[in-house]
Design a protein around this ligand. Sequence first.
Ligand code: NAD
Length: 421
Amino acid sequence: MPTEHKHCQCQETQNHFLERAFESLQLENAQRELLLSAFRETTVSIPLRPHRTDDDGGELHTYTGYRVQHNHARGPFKGGLRFHQSVNMGEIRALAQLMTWKTALVNVPFGGAKGGIAVDPNQLSQYALETLTKRFVQKMGLVFGVHHDIPAPDVGTNPQVMAWILEEYSKTHGYTPAIVTGKPIELGGSAGRLEATGRGVAYLTGKIASEMALPIKDAAVVIQGFGNVGFHTAQHLAAMGARVIALSDAHNGVICETGIDIEQAHHYVTKTGWLEGLPGTESINNAELLELSCDILIPAAIEATINCDNADAIQARLVVEAANMPITHLADTTLCERGIMVVPDLLANAGGVLTSYYEWVQNLQEFPWEYDTVMLRLEQRLGQVYQQVHDLAKQGNTDLRTAAYELAIGRVNQAMALRGF
Ligand code: NAD
């Protein structure tokens, strides 16, 4: 198997998937170029003395923040903010593009964007994190806007970070809940948004497994990543009767063949900061975890964890991309050739952006919806989108990913043509 270059995997993977769809849509070179290019890429420097609580002493550090606005043909830019030490322009650029295809696939009136700060949030005090977030918003002031660009949570950010964004933006624009999604409910967040991505992953996993004659009841599930998405996916799959046999975080993983108690695991992580040592489990590392014998594997952490080094060793029948771009294109080809069903990220984790859209609508209308209404709409829309992708894949004798990209790119291309981009 050819060697992959870790640092440029995101863009390479994205380009490869896009090429397949471009070919099948028979797009001209000029159209391809336009679809690939970003509307605007912004980089900011954020000086901070991170380890002091009053920010008037200590060692000065300059952090780098990014926002890539990829395409807005179908509506305002939309995409998460990632706080992680490995954040860089190449990664954010690829993730911003993916957001354009994702919003188009689920047919919400948004474009695509992504942003972040190269920082390990676990190394900062809450005060330093708040200051860093607010300074980022000050510097990105002209970039964000309710009808222009709306951020949301991603790796390393959460409702509290969204609340700080809302506060900083509101200082200059008046109280503006619709500027950000994934907020706390007390500040206009939507019922169900926190769990929406994981809930959508679990819903689609159950639906597709049953079509594969793989009963979800007692199915052995392995999940990499136990943050927002990993936890809620595990919680809902366990409620559906699945046996979650292994979980992991950045530090390490845990395994229990009879099934892990997800609420207990969540409680333990909240208390200790990691899964290692969870009572009733044995320790396992992230590499071993991905290669476990199981029915369903759900990568819910970061990019490129399934790659040339381990694609041949994956034993699951169904792999569901809860994370963005967890499978490199070469590994994707290997899994396909081995007959392993892969549910692509732009479909699998779209419950997040779908519910972000519902949150934005509720904010604009100043009329909150009930939890059951949000969940019903989420599952109905995901079910419809899956059916469209499934039918297109069958019709074109292709895989779910290629069909999903075709549907999404077709919509963006049409909107650009109509607007005269
Ligand atoms: P999070 O920060 O809440 O959790 C990330 C988890 O991954 C943590 O458990 C962390 O310890 C673990 N992790 C980090 N590096 C790892 C590594 N090298 N190996 C194994 N585990 C590692 O983030 P999240 O919001 O749950 O996002 C997870 C993935 O889902 C990301 O790819 C994100 O882009 C994608 N996603 C998130 C949302 C959302 O609504 N939060 C929506 C769509 C897609």
